[in-house]
Design a protein. Structure first.
Lengths: 430, 430
């Protein structure tokens, strides 16, 4: 057995304490698998005195996390501070520059600065590993960078944020509105006090940008991701979706097309029988389509101390085994620029819901707008309401370019029989 | 970029030709990912003149596959001949002994001789890789050996044979009996002319033995696997199962218990809403439970040229990258013997179906048998039939030890109101 791999951990919150626990509970088996002991030698955290259920005796303590990067007893820095900039970025940059490997759970950091960090890692040369950054308990980065490496990947899509999936699942099961379910999720600890990173789709977008880069061998490009959250999804739409044979999920979708790469995060209507629609509650699910494997599906817990710590330690085991995988699957010079298809160029079926005053001629006006933009109607549903109240008119339309949809909905919204902003949800048929 | 990795392929059937096609179609991207070219330099097959759609010009041709093991232009032998003994075994043994890496899709070989082959691989030291042997398109060996390596694995279960899953899915959808659906599957090429390896559970057992070894770090032990196939599953049981809220799947199940390891292959009743019940048709699915990840699920195509070739080439890429993973995740000396729990010691709920003559007192007799063996009844279903015809009586029983079930069913079978051998299907609640 070789000499121990010496680890410095920055951030001893839930995940950091989880990493200590994994290495403590399963240390002997991990050493057998890694071929050497994986030993925490240094830590940094805000609060030295807090009880974490694990002894920190004999470990080098750093008040300033960045100084872990120059600790001579550290071979690998584990960054669990979070945030795309500030201390996390300083620490990771310095560690790589000092030829220390880095393991991180920080999706914002990799989505925003992954390319320059990968360059630094390659130059020194050390590993920059981030399995924990995407879909915690699911080894999806390893699947894409290694397990499916024989394939040309055509697309990746998935449920990458447990908070949103919990909220949508709970809305579907209970019929309650978004705000109420969010408040409950916050009480249960499934959603943050400031929920916007989750419910506005930003967290999903960070993860999608990373997945797309690894899947397609492109330069990670967060700004190329179209992002729309779930705040506007209402129980009535979930209900109509079900009647039409669909569930509503917040998906990250990355697809390779002839003209370029589509990267988008938004609520999707997916067929009720599709595998991704069966992924419920706080679970994450990722579907990968490749030219030789066809379709593969991965499900598991996306967050929480255990799954995230498991991913961090798997990266440490790889480093201990001296596995040499370029950060994004191929060398930085082999990554191609992302040729982005803008959202206005997206083509697909759509669901729309209009709230109309039920008067003669209403439907002819709406149909006229569809015709003006060459939009072809699929199914229509109309529910009756109390007389005088606005009536929801729901329809699906066949494959349409998004730019035509936007123009058409503007025209529909301007009709004086339309009393609310139309709702549009993209349909995925996979 | 390093010097090319030189590959010799033994067996140019569907999968062998698939490997040639993957390396041809995606060669440039694969070289980027592997850090060097992966180049086929030698082949062996039964028929030299057959058109495989890929040119064999310039490759060393071996009439005798075993001589690939001493070809000086070969770094890795890919064994695609099949069979647990004979040429396949001779070739793999010789190749490893000659310090050539081996990649194989041969589950029978690894299930029966994996331990001694791993010893030879370790001694020389070269890689023995077999991702393609289990659940083709799903990188489950990589997930267990690497992605989830931080965990103590508590259990693995899965649908590992596409033929059986196709037959059971088709029986459930159409209500037709086993023989009819099997004949159809044979016509469609989903089942072999001699289907016994598939439908009698042997293929699943080979794969389960491998998964169990990698999951638990135990010496692979095919003989420790209890095996029961699907020939006795009838449409009436599928129908009753559905009424009780279950689907019927052929599963391989490996569980770690305090007293040892359970390894068993048999039809299972699984809850209709469970992820494994959603895996239908020729798809495979594997569920892994670990102490820190909780539950993760993997689905994909288990067989076919594309998925299997993808797995073979992924192994080649790992070898090209000089990834060093022991055959079963830890060194041969660290593998523990399998402490097997015999099937008679299995404890779980059961489904039983009895065909009875409907006379007064019948039910009291049956209930008496349950009582004699301390078996506690769950739910009961009785369907009426034409007068004079035997009536099916279906029941589930709570957690019972299998040895008690067997004795009780013998007693029930001996009742003169019982007209057929009782049917027993194990229930899994996961």
């Amino acid at each position: 057995m070789g000499s121990p791999l010496r680890v410095g951990i920055a951030g001893l919150g839930t995940v950091g304490a989880g990493v200590l626990r994994v290495l403590h509970d399963n240390g002997a088996a991990i050493a057998m698998r890694a071929g050497r002991e994986i030993k925490v030698t240094a830590v940094s955290s805000r609060d030295r005195s807090k009880d974490r259920g694990v002894s920190l005796d004999g470990l080098n303590w750093h008040d300033n996390a960045v100084s872990l990067a120059s600790d001579e007893d550290v071979d690998v820095v584990v960054e669990l501070i979070g945030g795309s900039d500030g201390i996390a970025k300083d620490l990771v940059e310095s560690a790589l520059a000092n030829a220390k490997h880095v393991v991180t759970a920080n999706k914002a950091l990799i989505a925003h600065h992954g390319l320059e960090l990968a360059e630094t890692a390659e130059r020194n040369p050390v590993a920059l590993a981030y399995e924990a950054a995407v879909a915690g308990g699911i080894p999806i980065i390893k699947a894409l960078r290694e397990g499916l490496a024989a394939n040309t990947i055509d697309g990746v899509h998935g449920i990458l944020n447990g908070t949103c999936n919990y909220i949508l699942t709970s809305m579907a099961e209970s019929g309650r509105p978004f705000d109420e379910v969010l408040a409950e999720a916050q009480e249960l600890g499934y959603a943050e006090t400031d929920p916007s990173f989750d419910v506005d789709g930003i967290d999903t977008a960070h993860k999608l940008a990373i997945l797309a880069s690894v899947a397609f061998g492109t330069k990670v490009d967060f700004d190329a991701v179209f992002v729309e959250g779930i705040r506007h999804v209402s129980p009535v739409d979930i209900d109509f979706a079900e009647k039409l044979g669909y569930g509503i999920k917040l998906l990250g979708v990355a697809k390779r097309r002839e003209e370029g790469i589509e990267q988008r995060v938004h609520p999707c209507m997916v067929p009720i029988a599709s595998p991704i629609n069966h992924v419920s509650g706080v679970f994450n699910g990722v579907v990968v389509d490749g030219d030789f494997i066809d379709t593969t599906i991965y499900e598991g817990r996306g967050a929480g101390a255990g799954p995230t710590a498991s991913a961090v330690v798997a990266d440490l085991i790889d480093i201990a085994r001296e596995s040499q995988i370029p950060t994004f699957g191929v060398g930085v010079n082999d990554l191609s620029p992302t040729q982005t298809i803008p959202m206005s160029g997206h083509v697909g079926p759509y669901y729309i819901r209009l709230m109309v005053v039920d008067k003669p001629g209403v439907f002819a006006d709406i149909a006229g707008c569809l015709k003006n933009h060459n939009v072809s109607m699929g199914s229509v549903l109309q529910q009756s309401r109390d007389p005088g109240e606005p009536v929801p008119v729901v329809m699906t339309v066949h494959e349409t370019e998004e730019r035509a949809m936007v123009l058409m909905l503007k025209e529909i919204e301007a009709l004086d029989t339309i009393v609310e902003k139309p709702v549009m949800i993209r349909v995925e048929t996979f």
